[in-house]
Design a protein around this ligand. Structure first.
Ligand code: BES
Ligand code: MN
Ligand code: ZN
Length: 497
């Protein structure tokens, strides 16, 4: 689909369809009121008849509205104005695109619900609308023998703005939104691919492709070199698998040469069986999504490169399968991590922290201004926070607040959880420096505590995306989160430096 900005009065726009908002109860948005005046009260009469209340997500399609150039008018319910906030805004755009897909209109103009209503500027509105519209049209059908025919004829979507002065900000918002949407799509595609296709080798190749396209620096560290580096924890997870592990490092240099990069470290377990501590069968297929942290790093790098942000970013992705096997790590095995600390692996299903700890130690050599790891790390995080927000941990309060703010601004929210010293005791081991599990209480916290032992020299934040990276059930599929949060974080950091 092609996106653009159109400046002009809504009644004058030539298009297959023009979309305007209706607030509950029966109140036309500014653009809607303009259409109403041009049609001599046609829309107001329809609302008065009670055909549309304006409930969020409802739509009403009208043809040949008098006095208006567009062939159709789609009235889009926005709900009550006082509860019309960021999320309602994005959901309204999604509803509009789904409704447009059911019409015969090939080109449409969305007259954005006024930014004053949502209390955001025009750039934010256009960016969010772009991401929401792309999200609503996303399909993953490359594993079907016959891709489903596109049911919609919609090819062009324009965002209409009334004020020429806003055009610059709107265009910038569109570019930013498109870049982020492309990053989200990449993350979703990688996440949705099955484990037999998306192996560590596949991820490395996907990273190489990305690097080639945007001229990024890439390095893939193989098993032999991991051994030399002393990555005993990462290697212990890969032992049971026939697929070779990869440590993928992608560097984007858009900032000054001497500037320390932001490091993004993404968990890339391309399939998590649990290993010898094997998982129960129901829903085990969803463990193909256990590389969504890695996918979000690649997606964010794509967005950052497309936006040409003036910042340096390094992505570090430990990629492996977690499989049982004759050579697999056994409960009770003790390994030496790259940091030199020894770990007693009491549960081979707590593998994410094992691969991340060595990747975090590796990231130290970049002397990052901040490091953020992203991981589908614990079922406990899903129990704590559900599927709405990602879990956030940090060893630096300013960094935590920066990440939280990026979550709020992008609508891809996180929630700050504690990392107090007292929890560390749960990782005590009789045989090694510490264990890789801390029991059931506070499972998301003790996992973060484990990672904290490897990040003392850096400003570090950890996002547990176990509940947000994918949806289950009928809508099963990767969400592309937290690419919007990470992209927003980097946009702000780039503006500051
Ligand atoms: N990838 C899982 C976490 C997970 C589980 C994410 C379910 C989403 C849904 C992770 O590797 C894992 O297995 N964690 C264990 C840790 C436990 C053994 C301490 C868990 O959460 O059960
Ligand atoms: Mn696991
Ligand atoms: Zn896992």
């Amino acid at each position: 689909m092609e996106f653009s900005i159109k400046v002009g009065r809504p009644e004058q726009l030539q298009a297959g369809c023009i979309v305007v908002g209706v607030f509950e109860p029966r109140k036309l948005s500014v653009a809607g009121a303009a259409l109403d005046r041009a049609s001599k009260g046609y829309l107001a009469r329809i609302l008065k008849r009670g055909d549309m209340e304006g409930k969020a997500g409802s739509t009403l399609l009208l043809h040949d509205v008098p006095g208006i150039k567009a062939e159709r008018v789609l009235l889009l319910g926005l709900g009550k104005p006082e509860s019309f906030r960021d999320r309602q805004y994005s959901e309204a755009i999604g509803a509009a695109v789904r409704a447009l897909n059911a019409t015969g209109a090939a080109d449409s103009v969305l007259h954005l619900p006024e930014s004053s209503a949502v209390k955001r500027d025009i750039g934010w509105c256009v960016a969010q609308a772009t991401i929401a519209a792309r999200g609503a049209t996303y399909r993953f059908d490359r594993m079907k023998s016959r891709p489903e025919k596109p049911s919609s004829v919609l090819r062009k979507l324009a965002f209409g703005i009334g004020d020429k002065k806003a055009q610059r900000a709107a265009t910038a918002g569109l570019e930013q939104g498109l870049a982020i949407a492309h990053g989200v799509s990449l993350a979703r595609d990688l996440g949705n691919l099955p484990g037999n296709v998306c192996t560590p080798t596949y991820l490395a190749n996907a990273a190489r492709e990305l690097a080639k396209h945007y001229r990024l620096k890439i390095q893939v560290i193989e098993r032999a070199e991991m051994e030399k580096l002393g990555m005993g924890a990462l290697l212990s997870v890969a032992r049971g698998s026939v697929q070779p592990p990869k440590l993928i490092i992608v560097e984007y240099r858009g900032g000054p040469a001497g500037q320390k990069p932001v490091a993004l470290v993404g968990k890339g377990v391309t399939f998590d069986t649990g290993g010898i501590s094997i998982k129960p069968s129901p829903e085990m297929d969803e463990m193909k999504f256990d590389m969504c942290g890695a996918a979000s790093v690649l997606g964010t790098l794509k967005a950052v490169a497309e936006m040409k942000l003036r910042i340096n970013v390094v992505g570090v992705i430990p990629a492996t399968e977690n499989m049982p096997g004759g050579n697999a790590t056994k409960p009770g095995d003790i390994v030496t991590t790259m940091s030199g600390q020894t770990v007693e692996i009491l549960n081979t299903d707590a593998e994410g922290r094992l691969i991340l700890c060595d990747a975090l130690t590796y990231a130290e050599r970049y002397k990052p201004q901040a490091v953020i790891d992203i991981a589908t790390l614990t079922g406990a995080c899903v129990i704590a926070l559900g599927h709405v927000v990602s879990g956030l941990f940090a060893n630096d309060d300013a960094l935590a607040h920066e990440v939280l703010a990026a979550g709020e601004a992008s609508g891809d929210r996180a929630w700050h959880l504690p990392l107090h010293e007292e929890y560390q005791e749960q990782l005590n081991s009789n045989f090694a420096d510490f264990a890789n599990i801390g029991g059931r209480p506070g499972g998301a916290i003790t996992a973060a505590c484990y990672l904290a032992r490897f990040t003392k020299k850096m400003k570090w934040a950890h996002l547990d995306i176990a509940g947000t990276a994918w949806l289950s059930g009928k809508a099963k599929g990767s969400t592309g989160r937290p690419v919007p949060l990470l992209a927003q974080f980097l946009i702000k950091r780039a503006a500051k430096s």
